[in-house]
Design a protein around this ligand. Structure first.
Ligand SMILES: *[C@@H]1O[C@H](CO)[C@@H](O)[C@H](O)[C@H]1NC(C)=O
Length: 228
């Protein structure tokens, strides 16, 4: 009996401390992905521009992002290594690094919708990246994307800065596989030869439902009423 009481005296504070830590950390790590808010839903793709998995994610998910463009904040980040500052190494070679820079420059210079349309075109032929950039720019943007300006960006230090920042984001979010999709800062789904970690599904309807269900602001796009 006395032994038991001693045990309780020792265990209670431990349980209390562990409980406090658990509750505290659950607050710490609760991410806004489950939070319904009036703010744009953050959608992030982590990719390598010439990767077949990127092609899969982009060709299957970008049409939905275009439909929901008014309620999302889309960011494309890249997976590559940077041995020393501005010394980038891309898994699919130098051409992939250039393709990444084209996409980063366009993401930086133009509206989200213009960028998504461009990306949709370019990712249909990943084998042609970066050489399909100019054609995609003119086919998808009318005259909005000035290819000369994009080229200047790609060849300038601006592109290095964007690439560097992008890799920092990828590192911070611990995304390692192309393609990884995050919604509101949390892993939503991956495609690494196969779909994985996709608790809410991975088809267009699931993606639209996932985004719409996290948005409670005004002027929901019509797709939200169709799919939710
Ligand atoms: C998207 O998110 C970024 C980073 O949080 C922010 O700087 C930017 O203003 C947002 N864009 C829109 C259109 O809300």
């Amino acid at each position: 009996m006395e032994q038991n009481q001693k045990l309780i005296v020792i265990l209670l504070p431990i349980i209390f401390i562990l409980g406090t830590i658990t509750i505290y950390s659950s607050f710490l790590y609760t991410h806004p992905s489950s939070v319904i808010s009036n703010n744009r839903v953050h959608v992030e793709f982590f990719v390598m521009s010439k990767c077949p998995d990127a092609m899969k994610c982009e060709t299957s998910m970008l049409p939905s992002l275009l439909k929901l463009s008014s309620i999302i904040n889309f960011t494309l980040s890249f997976i590559a290594t940077e041995a020393k500052l501005n010394d980038f190494n891309c898994m699919h070679g130098i051409e992939e690094c250039i393709g990444n820079k084209q996409q980063l420059c366009i993401q930086d210079m133009y509206s989200q919708t213009v960028f998504i349309k461009y990306l949709q075109c370019q990712s249909k032929r990943i084998d042609m990246i970066p050489y399909n950039g100019e054609r995609c720019a003119s086919e998808t943007s009318g005259n909005i994307i000035k290819w000369h300006d994009v080229q200047s960006c790609v060849q300038s230090n601006k592109a290095n800065e964007l690439f560097h920042k992008s890799l920092q984001r990828t590192y911070l979010m611990a995304a390692r596989k192309s393609c990884t999709i995050y919604i509101n800062g949390r892993l939503w789904c991956m495609h690494d030869r196969f779909w994985s970690n996709c608790a809410e599904g991975h088809d267009e309807m699931s993606f639209i439902r996932a985004i719409c269900s996290r948005y409670n602001g005004r002027n929901k796009p019509v797709e939200c009423t169709i799919f939710v």
